[in-house]
Design a protein around this ligand. Sequence first.
Ligand code: IPM
Ligand code: MG
Length: 407
Amino acid sequence: MAMASLQLNNAIAKPLFMGMRPSFSYKKNSVGRIRCAATTPSKRYTITLLPGDGIGPEVISVATNVLKLAASLEGIEFDFQEMLVGGAALDSTGLPLPAETLSAAKQSDAVLLGAIGGYKWDKNEKHLKPETGLLQLRAGLQVFANLRPATVLPQLVDASTLKKEVAEGVDLMVVRELTGGIYFGKPRGFSVNENGQEIGFNTEVYATHEIDRIARVAFETARKRRGKLCSVDKANVLEASIFWRKRVMAIASEYPDVELSHMYVDNAAMQLVRDPKQFDTIVTNNIFGDILSDEASMITGSIGMLPSASLGESGPGLFEPIHGSAPDIAGQDKANPLATVLSAAMLLKYGLGEENAAKRIEAAVLDTLSRGYRTGDIYSSGNKLVGCKEMGEEVLKSVDSQVPAPV
Ligand code: IPM
Ligand code: MG
């Protein structure tokens, strides 16, 4: 099993090579295959792959190849197990999260997910929607902390819809609470009110421990970044937000070195497009985090670039791009696989504590972009327009050109 996923300081002791010196076989230009693997790999992890629906299988296939190659250069090997989730699971088992999928996920070291959902299942009853499978997976793995970084890469500054001077240099992290709030709160449902009108209702509710633990993750995250944390709420209207703010302020006393501020969510939505560089780390509830992370993604140029990590106190983390299944372009080799590739990097860093392998993936993505390769969503003139597969091959070439770690 993976080490506790929330060891965010990454001061994780790397497993020793136990006196063995693995020998490497070097094979040139074998893109897509493992060029350089330890013959006696010292580290082996089990990864559950959940391709899901729409563009999910395309982006997962690219990300898996990149993950394999980058990790092999650090002497790491994987056992992959592919399982069903979302619409794909509904079609073959009648459930959006089959019990075998959850149990395989729980027993693995980390979970890499593509995307779920599609027109076909949109009219399904709530408990048979693909989205319900994803929420059950998050709840089942107890991954309450969702890290969603939004970084404007110098290579993509022109892809942002914001002016260059506003977008340039943006580097923020949304820490979204993921297993509570209105997404899971009870009571919820449909009913009839005293006037005989049909109603739909949900409950935004947070208990002390839920806020305290996400606040601690956020303070720890901010501490390792630029030391600034902005807690986003709606404390001028909602009791759940008044309580959120009270607990965040209480936890702040444990982190005197982190500068804490508070912002109402409507203002935060505005400030994100007015002056996004004012933000370092943002902590917020489940629904505000859902909305603000989509907004933040556009600053970076495309939602197709944004990875995420969902972590719990212990057990495997769940790593997924923040974009959806994009059924309109599914199967057409048009998807941007980089959000999933970068999610694989987050899997290595936050899920397995394999920071060096993670850095290889990040460097390869930057190198590929520097070499001018762009999928349609991030294309600007003068660059080379490629599909999902070709983008994946170019990232593999970039990884392949890196020097293997000395072991
Ligand atoms: C996300 C998605 C999900 C969410 C949906 C697909 C349930 O929008 O991961 O941001 O709302 O959390
Ligand atoms: Mg969302």
